[in-house]
Ligand binder design. Structure first.
Ligand SMILES: Nc1ncnc2c1ncn2[C@@H]1O[C@H](COP(=O)(O)OP(=O)(O)OP(=O)(O)O)[C@@H](O)[C@H]1O
Ligand SMILES: [Mg+2]
Length: 282
């Protein structure tokens, strides 16, 4: 971690400022990811961010867009999302047809950062438009209008996915993956996660320490059939319930335990971990 990133972790109360003085979404760096993002931007390389749910991927991209003073356009991908949804389509109105840019085309024209969240969910035809943009051609062909747009240097393509619950069929094709620089994020180190809970969840240092200890214990559990484990997001929500006056044990049960499973035995085992770490009361 370089000294600039260290500052984000060790001084969470200090406002972070984007170029031009606007405040930017606060992000506690885990390692060298901010520098890697900046290098990708400078070299016009697209970035693929992998990581479990609630580990800070979206916040990281929001932070970097503000830091680089670029507009951010985010698309949450779903299984119906097609190339036309990204590129644009002809709309019919008042007797004539007009072309409407989709978010990808807008981002290319504006030199924005385009963030495709959960990209493996999107329909396969989207790769047809992403490939020429994601390699050294950096062009967007719009088949329906015959236009070919060259991306300006400021345009950056960022995609993310959660490798945890993808089935094999849904994984990205090698020809897509190999166009991107890859960055793996995970849940932050305890000191960083405590700083996040203090800042985002308004936790006292004691509550933050207890919640991080709980997360560590839950993340070590392997003999239960959990799809995902306790995320930083869940800890932030638990911290906020505590900040608003709910006893710690109840906050953990509502924000963490019940969010992780529906299975009776698993819930009992998770609750046992909570009792062991935070005790019976608050
Ligand atoms: N490194 C971090 N710095 C600041 N806040 C963080 C960080 N990591 C997590 N958070 C907190 O956790 C919340 C969830 O993070 P975020 O939405 O970025 O997760 P994500 O990885 O995008 O999850 P998903 O895969 O479900 O979209 C944020 O709103 C923020 O409060
Ligand atoms: Mg996200």
């Amino acid at each position: 971690m370089n000294s600039a990133e260290q500052a984000f972790v060790s001084a969470p109360a200090a406002p972070q400022r984007a170029a031009g003085g606007a405040s930017m979404p606060w992000y506690a760096a885990q390692a060298g990811e901010c520098a890697l993002f900046e290098h990708c931007y400078a070299q016009q390389l697209p970035l693929l961010i992998k990581g479990p749910t609630g580990c800070g991927k979206t916040r990281f991209v929001e932070h970097m867009a503000a830091r680089l003073a670029r507009p951010l356009i985010t698309v949450s991908c779903h299984d119906d999302l097609s190339a036309a949804d990204l590129v644009g389509r002809h709309l019919i109105g008042h007797g004539n047809t007009v072309w409407a840019d989709g978010p990808l085309t807008r981002a290319v024209r504006e030199g924005a950062i385009l963030y495709l969240d959960e990209v493996v969910e999107a329909r396969k035809d989207t790769t047809v438009v992403l490939h020429p943009l994601a390699d050294d051609r950096r062009v967007l062909p719009i088949e329906r209008t015959g236009e070919l747009i060259t991306a300006p240097p400021e345009f950056m393509l960022v995609i993310s996915y959660n490798p945890g619950y993808q089935n094999l069929l849904k994984g990205l094709k090698p020809s897509t993956r190999q166009r991107f620089i890859a960055l793996t994020l995970d849940y932050p180190e305890p000191a960083v996660e405590r700083a996040i809970l203090e800042r985002e969840g308004r936790a006292t240092p004691e509550i933050a320490a207890r919640l991080v200890q709980l997360a560590q214990a839950l993340r070590r559990l392997t003999d239960h059939d959990l799809e995902e484990t306790a995320s930083t997001r869940l800890l932030v929500m638990a911290a906020r319930l505590v900040a608003s006056g709910l006893p710690l044990r109840e906050a953990c049960r509502a924000a963490v335990v019940d969010a992780l499973s529906d299975d009776h035995d698993t819930l009992r085992a998770l609750d046992e971990v909570v009792r062991a770490v935070v005790g019976d009361g608050d």
